[in-house]
Design a protein around this ligand. Structure first.
Ligand code: NI
Length: 129
């Protein structure tokens, strides 16, 4: 599956974004609020690589527990798929469980995404192209 981005958790969006820019990334999408997950999201690119910065916007964000556990860190890889339900179904049959069911991603043009979990893989995200 083609990689769309690597998801990177951040405690402070502006500070982490500044560090990515220092390392030669450029901003693809300025920070914006995702009201589905209560997070702020920005995208930076470096050559063919795209990183999504995710900052929980409140203690109630579903991402807040992850931040408490991992601090600033990459935590998921997102893959592009043609048909979200088909690809997710195949992975679920292969042992993945649903972490967050399909929902629109306001910061990715409203496209549908789904988060899956596997004990030998951790968290992956599927993005419907
Ligand atoms: Ni993502």
């Amino acid at each position: 599956m083609k990689i769309h981005h690597i998801g990177y958790l951040t405690k402070k969006m502006d500070k982490t974004l500044a560090q990515f820019l220092r390392l030669g990334y450029s901003t693809e999408k300025e920070p914006a609020y995702d009201d589905v997950r209560d997070v702020n999201i920005a995208f930076v690119v470096n050559g063919d690589y795209r990183v999504e910065l995710i900052e929980p916007a409140s203690a109630d964000s579903p991402m807040a527990p992850l931040l408490a556990r991992f601090k600033n860190t990459p935590y998921h890889i997102c893959y592009e798929v043609d048909d979200l339900d088909t690809s997710a179904g195949e992975l679920i049959n292969a042992g993945y469980t649903v972490l967050q069911p399909p929902a629109p991603a306001p910061c990715i043009d409203g496209k549908r995404v789904e988060f899956l979990l596997h004990g030998s893989m951790g968290i992956i995200e599927l993005l419907e192209a």
